[in-house]
Design a protein around this ligand. Structure first.
Ligand code: NAP
Length: 244
């Protein structure tokens, strides 16, 4: 079934909307005519500037994706949501040889996996009430093949890739588009100090919305991720070797 989701007139929820990619997605949704965007953030005061600019169409919602009560409360407020963007994430470094493996894996899984599982579970009923909608999960290129330097983070993003595939299958007969987003390095606080060329969060946001409009299930939103996505489609082993 072809699922093309235009954001014009839609009601969306974005987790981690106060900075980085989530903020850019929130702005792009509003600029492209979303009727309302629930902006999820741990600290809603960090949304003041966006609120001032967009007024009633932007609804700040307190959301800590590691707190069950916070998730339930957010889902109750946003009970008319049609598009869910699971963007909130952390990047805790750890691997076997470098140390910090168990601690970093727990941190990454708590936010990047369990956060997405619980938020999606809490919001799904509301999304399914509508004729059409979307659930967009922000994974990473290192979710397709593990990058050993960020082994623990990669595991959490691979889990999101798998979750996205499974949910897409479960919702196959509905008009809900389930897409994974697989960015390369993007210029946000998460990659501060990285000595490489990076895509802007604004362009990533545009690519994600274009992907939704085109019904794309695997969204590669920047030049590097497009290259990796292409290589992965031909040979997953090549990408694994490249990352290691
Ligand atoms: N930047 C990259 O190169 C890159 C590449 C691939 C994938 N990604 C993914 O893209 C997504 C956004 O990353 P980013 O680069 O925009 O990172 P960022 O600038 O560090 O922003 C992370 C966002 O997630 C929120 N967040 C973290 N823990 C949370 C929690 N427990 N509950 C609710 N919100 C929480 C943060 O809120 P606070 O302000 O309260 O901390 C912030 O809004 C993440 O899933 C990341 O893994 C990023």
């Amino acid at each position: 079934m072809e699922k093309k989701i235009s954001v014009n007139g839609k009601i969306a929820f974005v987790s981690g909307s106060n900075r980085g990619i989530g903020k850019a997605i929130t702005i792009e949704l509003l600029e492209q005519g979303a009727a309302k965007v629930y902006a999820g953030a741990r600290n809603i005061a960090s949304l003041d500037e966006l609120k001032q600019k967009y007024g009633a169409r932007l609804v700040p919602v307190a959301l800590n994706v590691t707190d069950d009560q916070s998730i339930e409360a957010a889902a109750e407020i946003a009970n008319d949501v049609e598009i869910l963007i699971n963007n909130a994430g952390v990047y805790a470094i750890g691997n076997f040889l470098g140390g910090n493996l168990l601690e970093s894996l727990k941190t990454n899984l708590d936010v990047n996996l369990w956060g997405v599982v619980k938020v999606t579970n809490a919001f799904l009923k509301a999304i399914m009430k509508h004729k059409a909608g979307a659930i967009i999960n922000v994974s990473s290129v290192v979710g397709l093949a593990n990058a050993p330097a960020t082994l623990a983070y990669s595991i959490s993003k691979a889990a999101i890739h798998s979750l996205t595939q499974g949910l897409r299958g479960e919702l196959k007969e509905t008009n809900i588009l389930v897409s994974g987003v697989y960015p390369g390095p993007i210029d946000t606080d998460m990659t501060a100090g990285y000595p490489m060329d990076m895509e802007t969060p604004e362009n990533v946001a545009k690519e994600i919305l274009q992907g939704m409009a085109d019904g794309v299930e695997d969204i590669f939103p920047d030049p590097m991720s497009k290259q990796i996505g292409q290589a992965y489609s031909m040979s997953p082993k090549t990408v694994e070797q490249q990352f290691s």
